[in-house]
Ligand binder design. Sequence first.
Ligand code: BGC
Length: 370
Amino acid sequence: MRALVSHPPTGGAELREVATPPLPPGGVRVRVAEVGVCGTDQEIVAGRYGRVPDGADHLVLGHENLGTVVERAAGVQELTPGDLVVATVRRGCGACRFCAANRSDFCETGRYTERGIWRADGYLAEEYVETPAYLVKVPPSIRGTAVLVEPLSVVEKATEQGFGVLARMNAPSAAPAASPPAALVAGTGAIGMLASLVLRVRGWRVTAIDRHPSGTPAAGVLGAIGARHVDASAGSQALGSDRFELIVEATGSANLDVSLLDLLGPNGTLVLTGIPDPSAAPSVAMGARLRGLVLENQAVVGSVNANRTHFAAAVADLGRFEALWPGVTSRLIGERRPWEEFGDVFARRTPGLVKSVLVVGAAGDPPSLR
Ligand code: BGC
């Protein structure tokens, strides 16, 4: 079968023939329909991230996946050929208590694998095999946006972390209904946009900042869901004196991570999801910000990956988004390109284009995916 492979730590990407994996006992075979491309994939192709499976010379790319079950091993009950599925990304280390409890997103040893990223082949192939424990069924009603389930799962975990930290204060529930809590989302890529949707659907007032003037697809979607878009290219002054109870960061800029503390309200929580360059040396002053963090009971929490419960939450939320804002979520998918055009998709970044999707599925898949 064909697969899109990279060669970390060198990087690069090439479409080539690889062995079709045999169906394991208790497993299913999935024909891949489409795969989203994210910053992590760009990093792997650029030679800055990723690791090949032990003993292999290449890594099959792709972790934001959607496909159809085409075959199942004897005894598999949970899934049937024809089912639409999304596979989770991380597989546990087999040694720590979190992995033992199916919560490898909190793996303590760091010896996990991640399909398409770290020591395990991904989903940019005509087919893959997997056990049902790592597959989440998707209703056909959200087929058009289901390739966003994986990045949305990351947002589900990150916001759950933020809500959990805020809950530590056991705040009196006397807040007037007319003033819902205010959240800031930093970055309007897929993670930032999906965070805006998740927060809006939970009743938050949302402001999202990026460095683009209005008129981008992202700004259009923010308007459609009742969120405010602010172009912060000239700095955060554009926000006036606003401070926020919850900030979700989705840029990976170390400088911005630190600066966002200026925008955090008393008792507020800053959730970081972007993965900064390890050599970044923030040039912004830390002292006053750390002092403020202490004096105002603030918290900063990092969040990575997601477990199966977050994938299930993502599936449910995509249905909610569609019911509330019909047709809006699909506007986050800026382009669907045949996977043969991967070179073009990896090579460029179009400002305001939220998500590029590579279409793998053979002719015969519904036209809505093309
Ligand atoms: C993926 C996560 C993964 C992280 C770090 C992200 O792009 O969505 O599943 O844990 O990269 O490798």
